[in-house]
Design a protein around this ligand. Structure first.
Ligand SMILES: NC(=O)c1ccc[n+]([C@@H]2O[C@H](COP(=O)([O-])OP(=O)(O)OC[C@H]3O[C@@H](n4cnc5c(N)ncnc54)[C@H](OP(=O)(O)O)[C@@H]3O)[C@@H](O)[C@H]2O)c1
Length: 325
């Protein structure tokens, strides 16, 4: 094969602005050798995250930075097989199963049949972990891990996770439980059993204000932001900790939280191979569960974006790039 396919944002707008484009495949022996420390990966699955859809719609800093670089290929989560690597990338060989949180935040590139990735950004996928799970894990898992770290969640803490049934939330519940916390999670009634099975007490946000259902939590992990995040501040005890994850409303939520005497911070996830390796090992050991709501063929990326924009997917959604949908 001398060419390969990608799904690109052709202009900012509705999901229909996503279109397939063809690229020449690097002549491995020649071109790739020029790319210091790169590994060429044949992508089998690519994870879909809300930031992909926000960027496609022209919102946020990734859109602002890439507005003059359209068509731009989104996607930060990949899993696949190593095709070739340059000498400096030593550790990897053809056929290795890998996953990575790549090109974050400005480069993206995961919605693609092939991608060249710096060797140090990849994790080996344990044989027992399906590649679709390995593609769904990186960005959401590391966000969950880092939010709990930032909030200094410890054994015995009461932790409220807003949007506990979502991509980040369902992993955050399990990681917080593993730290010994008592976890509460907001979700709709249809997801109550799901979050309970992950170890949380479910709070149905449609059954009245959360601050009537829960008081004196030590920590709020806010995965909703805006008015929903602000509405949940009353669940946290004086001096409690708040980490608000959606960047667009972080300042607003932190301001309100501080006025209530809470410690509050926003965050931007930082790619960490160490954390990816650790969570991949947990998946392999069965101590972390990753739920995949749906798998869409790459060519149906627009439908995947509609799904993520509904705001009600359970766990993760994934694009099948070279694997089965
Ligand atoms: N700052 C960063 O570095 C960073 C990194 C990753 C993600 N993020 C942001 O964090 C947010 C969460 O990401 P995600 O990937 O977890 O999103 P997601 O998977 O799209 O979240 C979907 C979930 O939200 C739940 N939900 C919708 N409305 C709700 C409400 N009013 N109360 C409680 N739950 C509600 C839904 O559950 P129901 O169907 O039960 O309502 C659904 O399961 C997004 O805004 C994302 O952009 C930021």
């Amino acid at each position: 094969m001398t060419t390969y396919q990608q799904l690109a944002i052709t202009r900012f707008g509705e999901p229909a602005v996503l279109a397939m484009q063809t690229q020449p495949l690097p002549a491995l022996a020649d071109d790739l050798a020029l790319l210091d420390d790169q590994v060429l990966v044949k992508v089998v699955y690519a994870g879909v995250n809300p930031i992909d859809a926000k960027t496609r719609a022209g919102l946020g800093w990734a859109a602002a930075q890439n507005k003059d670089k359209l068509p731009w290929v989104p996607g930060y989560d990949i899993a696949g097989e190593v095709v070739a690597s340059c000498e400096a990338a030593g550790r990897w060989s053809a056929g290795d199963r890998v996953s990575g949180f790549i090109g974050f935040p400005l480069q993206g590139g995961g919605y693609s049949e092939y991608v060249a990735v710096p060797a140090e950004q990849l994790s080996l996928v344990p044989a027992s972990v399906p590649l679709r799970q390995a593609a769904a894990l990186p960005l959401a898992g590391q966000t969950a891990w880092q939010a709990l770290e930032k909030a200094a969640v410890n054994a015995g803490d009461q932790v409220l996770v807003l949007a506990g049934a979502g991509g980040v939330g369902h992993l955050a519940i399990q990681l917080a439980v593993a730290r010994g916390a008592k976890v509460f999670a907001s979700c709709s009634a249809g997801n109550a059993d799901f979050v309970r099975q992950l170890g949380a007490t479910a709070l149905d946000y449609r059954q009245g204000p959360l601050d009537v259902q829960l008081k004196d939590a030590d920590v709020l992990i806010d995965l909703m932001g805006g008015d929903v995040g602000i509405g949940a501040l009353g669940c946290v005890k004086a001096g409690g900790r708040v980490v608000t994850v959606p960047t667009i409303t972080a300042e607003q939520v932190c301001k309100q939280a501080r006025q209530r005497g809470l410690l509050a911070e926003g965050m931007l996830v930082t790619p960490s191979v160490m954390q990816n390796d650790a969570m991949m090992a947990m998946l392999a050991a069965g101590t972390l569960r990753l739920h995949i709501d749906a798998v869409y063929p790459l060519v149906d990326g627009a439908t995947a974006h509609q799904a993520i924009e509904s705001g009600h997917t359970r766990g993760k959604i994934v694009l099948a790039v070279g694997g089965d949908a």
